[in-house]
Design a protein around this ligand. Structure first.
Ligand SMILES: Cc1cc2nc3c(=O)[nH]c(=O)nc-3n(C[C@H](O)[C@H](O)[C@H](O)COP(=O)(O)O)c2cc1C
Length: 185
């Protein structure tokens, strides 16, 4: 069986952001699985306009989304919601998100970004994605990251393992379902 192409998407683009550090931790754990090939997607590498006007960058982003089988969105919480950069990225693409599993790793202050995750469940359902139940939530994130970029937290590691197991299960199921016909979206 081919390894699944798993995009790990850095959802924040702010200067001084912590997102890439959290995403690198997620990627290091996902990449240890032989069944997964990690595709690192940093939204800061794309100019995705909130006017949603097509451009070379929106095409490049759409092509990457289309080539991936599954996604983990690494998201902070801004004012109890999803960062605008991630919402615009989700709005930029239509068909290429469909019938693909998605999991959420959130971080933030005391709330750990859980409100951003719950908003993402609504948004991704509208995009015909399948969100997995288990999610990672890192509260007071900057205090949790060690100098090597690791996060020594048994509960977070356990949740991330379950999230990845569930994503792999759905990616396999979707790959098989394609033989029975196109997704009716
Ligand atoms: C505009 C803004 C709003 C924020 N709102 C929240 C919030 O509602 N809840 C929370 O837990 N943390 C909040 N924070 C703290 C962020 O979650 C924290 O700074 C995190 O590191 C931001 O992610 P980033 O560094 O990848 O941009 C906010 C930060 C910013 C910049």
């Amino acid at each position: 069986m081919q390894p699944i192409q798993l995009a790990i998407v850095v959802g924040s683009v702010r200067e001084g952001r912590v997102g890439p550090t959290v995403a690198a931790w997620v990627a290091s754990i996902a990449a240890a699985r032989k069944t997964v090939e990690v595709v690192e997607v940093d939204l800061a590498d794309f100019e995705l306009p909130n006017t949603l006007i097509p451009s070379d960058d929106t095409d490049r982003f759409t092509t990457i989304v289309g080539a991936c089988d599954a996604f983990v969105f690494v998201t902070p919480e801004y004012n109890h919601g999803v960062p605008g950069s991630l919402k615009t990225a989700l709005d930029t693409v239509k068909y290429e998100w469909r019938a693909k599993p998605v999991g959420f790793v959130s971080y933030g202050g005391l709330g750990g970004g859980v409100r951003a995750t719950e908003q993402l469940r609504q948004i991704t359902a509208e995009l015909h994605m399948v969100s997995v139940r288990d999610a990672v939530s890192l509260h007071r994130v900057r205090k949790r990251i060690d100098p090597e970029g690791g996060i020594d937290d048994a509960a977070a590691l356990d949740a991330l393992g379950r999230l990845l197991d569930q994503i792999e299960w759905w990616a396999d199921a979707v790959a098989g379902a394609g033989e029975r016909g196109d997704y009716p979206g």
